[in-house]
Design a protein around this ligand. Sequence first.
Ligand code: ATP
Ligand code: MG
Length: 348
Amino acid sequence: ALASSALLDALIDERAAQDPTRFRMLTGDRPTGPLHIGHYLASLRNRVRLQEKGVESFVVIADYQVITDRDSVGAIGDNVRGLVLDYLAAGLDPARTTIFTHSAVPALNQLMLPFLSLVTDAELRRNPTVKDELALSGGRPLSGLLLTYPVHQAADILFCQARVVPVGRDQLPHLELTRTIARRFNGRYAAGHSVFAEPEALLGDVPLLMGLDGTKMSKSKGNVINLGDTADETAARIRSARTDPERHITYDPEARPEVANLLTIAALFRGESPADVAEAVGDGGARRLKEVVTEAVNEGLATHRERRAELARDPGYVTQVLHEGNARANEVADRTLATVRAVMGMGY
Ligand code: ATP
Ligand code: MG
């Protein structure tokens, strides 16, 4: 993975200056529920930054991947539309960023067939993120889709020749597998020609944001602060966060992980260091800390939330964004699949 942090902008400039086409971006989210501040700080902000640097961008709404770890798709239509609202509110511009649902792009899904031939059962089974997700899915048996979705994700990334993938830390094993698949495809089926380039992960300022209960902030777990929450809902959620009884607030991720995570959230929204925020809270204890975090989040998201509410008033626009994005993704996927079939001798 590329290093992240304050160097991010310099890094992006350097890469983009070398060759912007080397820098096509893909990221995405599962439409399992509303986006939270972990998505915003770890991935969404970087997507907008890359778009603003002139990087051609694709964002996949991974609808088939909802059923990797559950029996029903739930309110998938509403969730898809909610994701689009957050993308647009955060500043993704559908004229420059292709927003699509992978179920609507048949040629992308067909790439999974040759890709599956390039990985072994043992490689799939030792993926640590898949193991974590299996453990969290409440005693469910490992489905074929949970085992193989990282290969599907490789199709999401490689169909558009993405070179950079802004993600959270949980996605690094999947990126590694995507690189392996690209390499093996070229070697085994394309006589060493570079049909697929190996993409790189781009970690955000916070590779893994913890939730209000001290475990990974996840849509599926309810330990979140959602981008679309109201200011009052945000305050209530932060009041429920786990902390410790020590009144003097210090930034100590090892000894005080819950307090450190709250300080990190406030710091990222305020553009300060967590230690500075700790000093400002001083002897105010958990109560003052939570007030400071609430204020930082609500201020940091005020514009996003206003834009989101405004966009939500025009559902027809969201539909149009999806239709246009799906059409563009289909063109790209059809071209890639044609190349794949041709190099495999299936171009009849
Ligand atoms: P779910 O619980 O449904 O899996 P999720 O919160 O894990 O939801 P995903 O849609 O699976 O969200 O992930 C979308 C992107 O957001 C991925 O790049 C993932 O790495 C990143 N991401 C998700 N949660 C966090 C987090 N807590 N910290 C940093 N990045 C995160
Ligand atoms: Mg997830």
